[in-house]
Design a protein around this ligand. Structure first.
Ligand code: MTE
Length: 331
């Protein structure tokens, strides 16, 4: 397989993987944004435009929110005061209009235009592998078993942009308690849906090792920060943000926060993830936010706050060292 095709989309010249008309529209949008392709992130880091307008097209009338009325029950959930930092929450329009979801598009502002056919209800999730009590449940059943709350987390993408988002969900540790891991379980492997008829991105990137997979060590999955997420901004997750259920792992780069999960599996071996399979030196399994470890092609010292365009310093573990530094102290 030629390198240029299998590398992550934020790396390759987009014209190689994107239909000509989409590519042209994207160039226009990026000019308006004052951005560039991900391949130009280093340039963005060096000279970020101060003010960027979210030039997304209007959301389609087919609706980009999860249609499952039952999963809308109870929203908004109470905010956990422990995760309510005194920082500016990002504009919801950006969080739901500027998305990485390669199953639909490599163009962030196109994703929500393309989710219309994606069926997120009913949705079954299989939770098993090396556990005493495996389950196959609907998202509604799962949510009904769990203590749901809202948490405001910083979210930092490997591409050096960030947001602050109020997520709704429950700690992964609570789920692990219920399924009772066997002692030999060392990792959790997560898998996203694979339905090319509902998501056009699969056909655009046929060389990618779909479905999207991710993983965490057991101690990372058990960490109190690790959130199984069903909503944002006091509402169920919109499709473009990974409806109906995704992970949010706030001390790691955003690609670890896998969307639209169909399977969680406890395993002994470190699972091969999609990005790691494509470019292990650029998107390794661990991928903790670290301003001192540059990406091979750009600095990670600072980040662009997506909705304001301000550039701020990146914090080690995205500022969550008090919760997670101990996990890596032996490394
Ligand atoms: N999950 C799936 N299934 N597919 C993806 O392309 N992109 C990841 C992550 N989870 C991705 C995914 C990346 S690179 C980021 S930065 C975040 O989702 C973006 O989440 P957001 O669109 O809600 O901001």
């Amino acid at each position: 397989m030629p390198n240029v095709i299998i590398r992550p989309g934020w790396f390759i010249p987009e014209k190689l993987v994107t239909p000509e008309n989409v590519y042209r529209n994207r160039r226009r949008f990026l000019r308006e944004m004052g951005l560039g392709t991900f391949g130009l992130v280093a340039g963005v880091v060096a000279g970020c435009s101060k003010h960027e307008t979210l030039a997304v097209e209007a959301a389609p009338s087919s609706g980009s929110t999860n249609a499952a009325a039952s999963s809308g029950k109870g929203y908004p959930y109470p905010r956990n005061p422990e995760f309510n930092p005194k920082v500016r929450i990002s504009d919801e329009e950006y969080a739901t209009g500027y998305n990485n979801f390669y199953e639909f598009s490599t163009t962030k502002t196109r994703v929500r235009q393309l989710v219309g056919k994606f069926v997120t209800s009913p949705w079954e999730i299989e939770i098993g592998g090396l556990v005493e009590k495996p389950m196959k449940v609907s998202v509604e059943q799962l949510v009904a078993m769990m203590p749901i709350e809202e948490r405001v987390y910083r979210f930092r993408c490997v591409e050096a942009w960030s947001m602050v988002v109020p997520w709704t969900g429950f700690p992964m540790s609570k789920l692990l308690e219920k399924i009772v891991p066997k002692p030999e379980a060392k990792f959790v492997k997560f898998t996203t849906f694979m339905r090319p008829d509902q998501a056009p991105g699969f056909a655009v990137l046929p060389e990618y090792p779909w479905p999207y997979t991710e993983g965490l060590r057991m101690d990372e999955a058990m960490n109190p920060l690790t959130l199984v997420t069903t909503g944002l901004y006091g509402k169920p997750l919109p499709k473009q943000n990974g409806a109906p259920i995704r992970m949010v792992v706030p001390w790691k780069y955003g690609y670890k926060s896998i969307k639209s999960i169909v399977k969680m599996e406890l395993v002994t071996q470190q699972p091969k993830t999609l990005w790691e399979s494509l470019a292990p030196d650029e998107y390794p399994f661990e991928s903790n936010v670290n301003p001192n470890v540059p990406h091979p092609r750009w600095s990670q010292a600072t980040e662009r706050v997506v909705d304001t365009g301000n550039r701020v310093n990146t914090q080690l573990y995205n500022g969550y060292g008090a919760y997670v530094a101990k996990l890596y102290s032996k490394a």
